[in-house]
Ligand binder design. Structure first.
Ligand SMILES: Cc1cc2nc3c(=O)[nH]c(=O)nc-3n(C[C@H](O)[C@H](O)[C@H](O)COP(=O)(O)OP(=O)(O)OC[C@H]3O[C@@H](n4cnc5c(N)ncnc54)[C@H](O)[C@@H]3O)c2cc1C
Ligand code: FES
Length: 284
């Protein structure tokens, strides 16, 4: 983990109050692993004291002309990308960032989707199912790329409130076999929660083995975990609890897990944000 001052390379507006923020931060970009996150603070803004946790969406290399692209020709990553949605004061200020601005960034943080912990299950599965709710999509691009490199078939289930929440699809298309979309207002794909087409898919393929990787709101994760349990599939969930320190000190992000006494609580910022779904106690 590095505490760096990172320079904004680009802060690109996308649909529906989403932005793709690219930060020049070579040490952090090289150290980042799938499913890890960054804590971002706007220096000089004493009115926004707390850092904001953001998943590391992607890492890119920087070419000699100052552009940036996917890691190739042995180039090492130098740019950290964050995909974020404006929801409150901190993210509203982030949306005003322009190239050259500097941010205090602590990264990479947390225990993410680490391939050595799930590749065996992924290879045993007919497919890996990526399940994203809203901005939860941001945690899934790096694991999707890892799985694609291993030639493991994947299918993305992606839900949002409206079609404007379905950002990043062009990044996933080359990596996955198929994409199922759902929106609560019916503006794109299935009308309703994404867990409905997921349930239907699992029900129709009871005899197959899947590995599920999910990130999104707590309610979506809980339903996904329930489906994984019902159909007996291994499932990793990435949690997005509110955080204070992100360093394991304040205990503000603790969740209930299977265990007794102190072992019954784990911190999303350090033991997580990624957990096996059957390790989490969903109705404490
Ligand atoms: C590990 C982790 C990874 C995350 N990754 C991303 C990401 O990649 N992109 C992204 O846009 N957001 C992500 N989030 C959520 C993001 O941190 C919050 O949206 C952000 O902190 C809100 O700051 P704000 O000052 O704009 O909003 P605030 O003014 O603090 O809050 C505005 C509204 O957002 C809600 N809110 C704030 N934090 C959260 C949260 N953690 N979960 C759900 N609702 C929240 C509040 O309840 C309130 O309704 C992540 C959170 C965690 C813990
Ligand atoms: S946010 Fe402080 S312990 Fe996790």
């Amino acid at each position: 983990m590095y505490d760096e001052t990172a320079q904004v390379v680009e802060n690109r507006p996308l649909a529906g109050s989403h932005f793709l923020l690219s930060l020049y931060s070579p040490k952090q970009a090289r150290a980042a692993r799938p499913g890890q996150f960054a804590m971002i603070r706007l220096p000089g803004r004493s009115d926004v004291i707390l850092r904001r946790p953001m998943s590391i969406y992607d890492v890119r290399s920087r070419d000699l002309k100052g552009g940036y692209g996917l890691e190739r020709h042995g180039q090492r990553p130098a740019v950290l990308q964050v995909l974020y949605k404006v929801v409150g004061r901190g993210t509203r200020l982030m949306a005003e960032l322009t190239p050259g601005d500097r941010l205090a960034v602590l990264a990479p943080l947390g225990h993410g989707f680490f391939p050595e912990e799930y590749l065996a299950q992924a290879r045993d599965a007919s497919e890996v199912l990526l399940v994203a709710g809203g901005i939860g999509i941001a945690a899934l691009l790096m694991p999707a790329r890892d799985l694609a490199r291993q030639k493991i078939p994947q299918r993305l289930f992606f839900g949002g409130r409206s079609r404007h929440d379905l950002v990043g699809l062009s990044d996933f298309k080359p990596l996955v076999e198929a994409i199922t979309l759902a929106t609560e207002d019916g503006s794109r794909g299935y009308r309703g929660y994404v867990t409905a087409p997921l349930a239907q898919y699992l029900e129709q393929r009871c005899e197959q083995r899947f590995l599920i990787l999910a990130c999104g709101p707590m309610a979506m994760l809980q339903v996904t975990a329930g489906l994984a349990e019902r159909y007996n599939h291994p499932c990793l969930v990435s949690m997005e609890n509110r955080m204070g320190c992100a360093l394991g000190v304040c205990l503000g992000c603790s969740i209930r897990v299977r265990g007794e006494g102190h072992a019954a609580y784990e911190r999303v910022c350090t033991e997580g944000p990624v957990f096996w779904s059957d390790h989490v106690v969903w109705n404490p």
